[in-house]
Design a protein around this ligand. Structure first.
Ligand code: ADP
Ligand code: MG
Length: 340
């Protein structure tokens, strides 16, 4: 059973960057507005995330890393909705299966003290052999710090499939930067740095007054930010979705397409939308030029099919073709307007 679980976990958690995505989503679900990430060897040696969210009650700690343990499903109908992130309590369990050691330090507002617990292969374990596995009370601030060490130490084929630590770091940083961009205007700040380094590679403020374009400028520079045009379609009685985003104008291009897509505040893959944008821009840009696109869609959660498969981040939704066509036609209009 342990081997089966470990294989299942390795399928869900491919690399540090996708473990980090799950942990970020948990912190956001916990209502954090400051998320600090520290990585060592691209997250392979250490993947740590600290948030100031609601914390975990001490009584919930023993079962936290059981597969399918989740505090987020209120009733069965929730399964078809996308109101919270995560695929039903598999992330923490999976991370504990593929790491040599995982610890959680957490404190809720109602608790006077923080508690620290260690996990391995889905179970709470002692910090050191021979000790009790009970969570230890200690001093700490409100929120949760999760640290996973030696990722994939027990999944050699996974480890071999990974790129260099530098490449893994870049992928993790990229995930953090995408969340920082989307959540900047939602008041959530992010910090990401290498362990032992004083300087952060990413640092955005936690402020309710931040505008998306400010965050883009901070993350991608003014050279990119000033080339962007605003895309917006508001929800109406007859329109069941809304879109807001920033997309590059027709007089500017980059070497590679940048495509950030959030649906209901989740970072997702939406290849069909990406393809449509690419063909729209290929008719506008000189050969070899690519667009920069950030779009945030809001769709009735009932109409979104998110958990096609836990390993897939590809999302499908009802009336997909119509919605994509509507978005691209609006994009065409604003791009034409921006050109004149
Ligand atoms: P899911 O997100 O689908 O519920 P996870 O395995 O990602 O499953 O997390 C399991 C549970 O652990 C969550 O439901 C939540 O109760 C708790 N949890 C995880 N991370 C945090 C966090 N950063 N802050 C507060 N609670 C957390
Ligand atoms: Mg989760």
């Amino acid at each position: 059973e342990a081997v089966v679980n470990r294989i299942a976990a390795g399928e869900i958690i491919h690399r540090p960057a996708n473990a980090l995505k799950e942990l970020i989503e948990n912190s956001l679900d916990a209502g954090a507005d400051l998320i600090k990430i520290t990585l060592k060897e691209g997250g392979l040696k250490l993947l740590q995330i600290q948030d100031n969210g609601c914390g975990v009650r001490p009584s919930d700690l023993p079962l936290l890393c059981e597969r399918f343990a989740t505090s987020k499903l209120r009733d069965f109908s929730d399964l078809s909705k996308m109101t919270t992130f995560g695929f039903r309590g598999e992330a923490l369990a999976s991370i504990s299966f593929v790491s040599a050691s995982m610890s959680i330090l957490t404190k809720t507002r109602n608790e006077a003290l923080a508690y620290k617990a260690f996990y391995s292969a889905g179970e709470m374990v002692p910090a050191k052999p021979g000790q009790s596995s009970d969570p230890k009370a200690c001093a700490g601030t409100d929120g949760t710090t999760i640290a996973a060490q030696d990722l994939f130490f027990n999944v050699p084929q996974r480890r071999r499939a990974l790129k260099s630590a530098a490449e893994e770091y870049n992928r993790a940083l990229d995930v953090a930067a995408k969340y920082a961009l989307h959540y900047g205007a939602r008041g959530v700040g992010f910090v990401c740095k290498k362990s032992g380094s004083n300087a952060a590679d990413l640092s955005t403020p936690a402020s309710p007054n931040t505008k998306t374009l400010d965050t883009i400028r901070l993350l991608h520079g003014n050279a990119v930010a000033r080339e962007l045009v605003h895309l917006k379609i508001s929800q109406t009685v007859s329109l069941s979705f809304s879109v807001e985003g920033w997309i590059s104008g027709a007089n500017w291009s980059t070497k590679r397409t940048t495509f950030l897509c959030f649906i209901n505040d989740r970072l997702v893959d939406c290849p069909a939308l990406k393809r449509s944008f690419e063909s729209l821009y290929s008719a506008l840009l000189p050969k070899g030029g690519h667009p920069w696109i950030y779009v945030s869609l809001k769709i009735d959660p009932d109409k979104v099919d998110v958990n096609v498969h836990p390993t897939k981040r590809e999302v499908h939704f009802l009336d997909e073709e119509d919605i994509i066509e509507r978005i691209c036609s609006e994009a065409q209009t604003v791009l034409a307007g921006a050109n004149t």
